[in-house]
Design a protein around this ligand. Sequence first.
Ligand code: ZN
Length: 222
Amino acid sequence: MKTKYATPQALLIALLALTLGACGGSDEGSSQPAPSAASDTMDSAADAADTAMDAMEEAADEAMDTMAEAVDAAEDAMADAAEGAMAAAPSAAGGSCDLAVEVGDTIAWGTTSLSVPSSCSSVTVTLTHTGQFPKNAMGHNWVLIPADALEAVATAGMAAGIDNNYVADDDRIIAATKLIGGGESDSVTFSLDGMDAGSSYAYVCTFPGHWSIMRGTFTIEG
Ligand code: ZN
């Protein structure tokens, strides 16, 4: 047996067409009243169409609600992800209390600025010389001082001599590694007590002739 209308939508359209067509016909001034049987059939068809329309509207409303909820959920998830990324950013962008500084056979720092969070209970700086020259030819050290003491401390360091790592006994020096040559490494650990985020600090290599170029800024954040 062949089904005349394959889908509920097709049936609905057919019912609507029937309803409109039948009503239109009776409006066009036929003097003969429609037989009551035909009228009943028309009413039934109209009722069925209304019911179908109501069901479709309800289904459409529910679908819209579901979509709106899905969009809200997606927006919330994106906002959460963005907040998560923002929160993670400070620690990802140099929040470490352990710093690594590289130097080589040139009069230059691998990096000319360092920063640490104020929350560090202590800070460790590890200086690594990746070059070949011995320390008496191209030695480097890492000396942390208030920025305004840089030249005075560097000059005094030269006078202190290589046996003292070119570091003078000076209260303004916050931290200093020993003097190292190619292939060597040294670390220094110090507290941030007595330092503050509003002040300017510098680090310098006090090997003779290096300080005017080998200088960097050290910042305490937050
Ligand atoms: Zn140096």
